[in-house]
Design a protein around this ligand. Structure first.
Ligand code: FEO
Length: 390
């Protein structure tokens, strides 16, 4: 598929993939986008594809040019979903050099056994000319691995940022044709980029001076109208939140369920937007998406086996490592014969910077008094939520 003059998408669509990193659900599959640039004096392949799709990539390149003529394989990122087919391509393209950052070169040797003499290390702002096409490299470390870089095709003003600006969608070509694109992009941000907000801000500042007509990421649709995704990324990287709270809870016999539903009712009545996740059935990708712009989290868990429910332990840990911009927390818990859940949730949160507006642990089903207390906590939380935006 041609995306600019002599620039082609040669990626693959993985319609059936349902899990990534054994962690992230992929309800819509994903794509591994690779791009072929045919210049007057040279040919370059930007990124490759996930292992198992080598032949698909090979066939797509062969329909446009001979792989043996490729001069450069650009490795923007070393994770196997993009670099996994490097050994296959480098084996055929015997004259090709692998282009990577210094850190990328080390990873390429360890993971893909690319000999040092076949690697061209590039530094920030260095360029390679293909005659009428110039590839400029922009180091963008920790987005989301240490070796990551962007490639900018100067003449066509196309930015290839690998995972950055991506979304896990197998279908679609251009993002402006996908109505709910930002939902998928936000989910992707929450899952992959949110822990690296400071590095994302640096990268956004770096590319601010570039004239970008198209952003061609390595997952999901291409942004031929990049303003929308750029604007969303600026907000997310800055940690801008909305008057929104995310409830993440689990209940065994209905008591914690009743508690979180009461605070949900109160927050909704106070005008707070709510995302409601029952951890027994929720998709953690959806939860990550909601944490991107939530101002508060309500964690609900019973005590089981002397501590918080294992699902709540997992999600509290996930919450902490995803480093969302959430400012406030409430913890609600019910126990049968001995507490301990709230203590454990607070231990997991550790030094994570968040204001706990209320923590309530009750014995058995909530009484009317307990419910009144929850309403008070909900109102106090709503007040704090709106004060942020005031
Ligand atoms: Fe899509 Fe970090 O690889």
């Amino acid at each position: 598929m041609k995306i600019a003059e002599n620039v082609y998408w040669v990626g693959v669509r993985d319609w059936n993939r349902r899990i990534f990193d054994a962690l992230i659900p992929l309800p819509k599959g994903t794509s591994y986008n690779a791009y072929l640039i045919i210049g007057k004096n040279g040919k370059a392949l930007i990124d490759t594809v996930n292992p198992g799709f080598e032949k698909d990539l090979e066939d797509k390149i062969r329909s446009l040019t001979s792989i043996e003529e490729i001069d450069y394989v650009i490795m923007n990122h070393a994770e196997p979903d993009h670099a996994g087919a490097i050994p296959h391509i480098m084996e055929i393209a015997q004259k090709a050099k692998l282009v990577a950052t210094g850190r990328g070169a080390k990873i390429a040797q360890i993971y893909y056994h690319v000999p040092q003499q076949r690697i061209k290390v590039v530094t920030d702002n260095e360029a390679i000319s293909l005659g009428d096409k110039t590839l400029r490299f922009i180091e963008a470390p920790m987005l989301h691995w240490p070796e990551t870089m962007f490639t900018y095709l100067e003449e066509d003003k196309v930015l290839f940022p690998c995972d950055f600006f991506g979304s896990h969608l197998a279908g679609g070509i251009y993002s402006d044709e996908i109505e709910d694109l930002l939902v998928h992009a936000q989910r992707y941000w929450g899952e992959i980029m949110m822990p690296f907000r400071a590095m994302a801000q640096k990268a956004l500042e770096k590319i601010a001076g570039l004239d970008i007509r198209m952003i061609a990421p390595s997952h999901g649709p291409i942004h031929r109208k990049p303003e929308r995704i750029l604007s969303a990324y600026k907000q997310w990287a800055a940690g801008e939140t909305r008057p929104k709270a995310t409830i993440a809870y689990v209940s065994m016999w209905g008591s914690t369920d009743a508690m979180v539903k009461q605070i949900a009712e109160t927050l909704t009545s106070e005008g707070v937007e709510l995302a409601f996740h029952n951890l027994a059935v929720t998709d953690v990708g959806d939860l990550a998406k909601d944490l991107v712009d939530s101002r508060a989290i309500i964690l609900g868990t019973p005590t089981v086996l002397g501590g918080a429910h294992p699902l709540a332990v997992y999600v509290t840990y996930l919450f902490k490592v995803l480093r969302p911009p959430t400012k406030f927390a409430v913890i609600l818990s019910s126990y049968g014969w001995g507490g301990g859940a709230i203590r454990q949730i607070q231990e997991i949160l550790g030094d994570f910077k968040i204001e706990v507006v209320g923590a309530l642990e009750i014995n058995g089903p909530p009484t009317n008094e307990n419910m009144k207390h929850i309403v008070e906590i909900g109102k106090a939380l709503a007040k704090k939520i709106f004060e942020v935006g005031a």
